[in-house]
Ligand binder design. Structure first.
Ligand SMILES: [Zn+2]
Length: 139
């Protein structure tokens, strides 16, 4: 399945290749202090391939907080947050926002709350290496 997503104005868009076609897509409502404020709900497939396209790089705000190991890509024009990246051992990992999906039947989304607030930094990076999309290109 080729999942397409974008911010509201289209400055940040992505395609996520998800093979084989998903029977369900985990949709994790994150309870971190930032995601609470903007309603972040994320998914990833460690065997997926993600291509992110940015039309106007000057209008992308990269926000990090806390351990500063993840970067939220925020469209500075429309305010939507379609992608989070994390660079670990020279590899770029990512998760994408299900709220930014364009062509996915909402019935596929398996929504569940999730909390990483008590997680230690090294556990967090190991989890991302296991679960996040490991094939990421930003163009
Ligand atoms: Zn935008």
């Amino acid at each position: 399945m080729l999942i397409r997503g974008k911010c509201h104005c289209g400055n940040i868009s992505f395609t996520l290749t998800w093979d084989p076609d998903p029977k369900e897509i985990p949709a994790r409502a994150c309870d971190c202090t930032f995601c609470q404020k903007h309603g972040g709900v994320w998914t990833s497939n460690p065997r997926g391939a993600l291509e992110v396209r940015i039309q106007e790089p000057a209008r992308v705000s990269r926000y990090a907080f806390g351990t500063e190991t993840a970067e939220f890509l925020i469209c500075a024009r429309c305010g939507i947050v379609p992608v989070v990246t994390s660079r670990i051992d020279e590899r770029l990992y990512a998760v994408v926002s299900v709220n930014a999906f364009e062509n996915v039947d909402p019935a596929l989304l398996k929504r569940a709350p999730i909390s990483f607030e008590t997680e230690q930094a090294d556990t967090r990076l190991a989890r991302r290496k296991r679960n996040w999309i490991a094939d990421v290109a930003i163009k």
